[in-house]
Write a new protein. Structure first.
Length: 95
């Protein structure tokens, strides 16, 4: 059963493909106690794209500080977080 108190956000990463992008983002999120709930990534020609659904419930910083920390390394978009109950529908089997 989903936790309605969970604070979630969507992080989108787009940029030129290079070694270590996922590792760098994941390391930064872990350092801030942000949990990655789901991740999807692909490379379109030479453009790396990644979408992450993250849990901010135990984050050690607010979302503005998180965005500032991530923007230092690349261009990121962080969507505002909805409680999981707002978008989670148990009847869906594919997301």
């Amino acid at each position: 059963m989903p936790d309605s108190n969970k604070q979630t956000a969507v992080i989108t990463v787009v940029g030129q493909d290079r070694v270590g992008i996922i590792a760098r983002v994941a390391t930064e999120l872990a350092a801030l106690s942000v949990n990655i709930n789901d991740i999807s990534q692909t490379i379109l020609q030479d453009v790396f794209t990644m979408i992450m659904l993250v849990d901010l419930s135990h984050a050690t910083v607010d979302i503005k500080t998180l965005a500032d920390r991530l923007e230092r390394g690349a261009a990121f978009f962080i969507d505002y977080g909805f409680p999981e109950a707002e978008y989670y529908h148990p009847q869906r089997t594919g997301g």
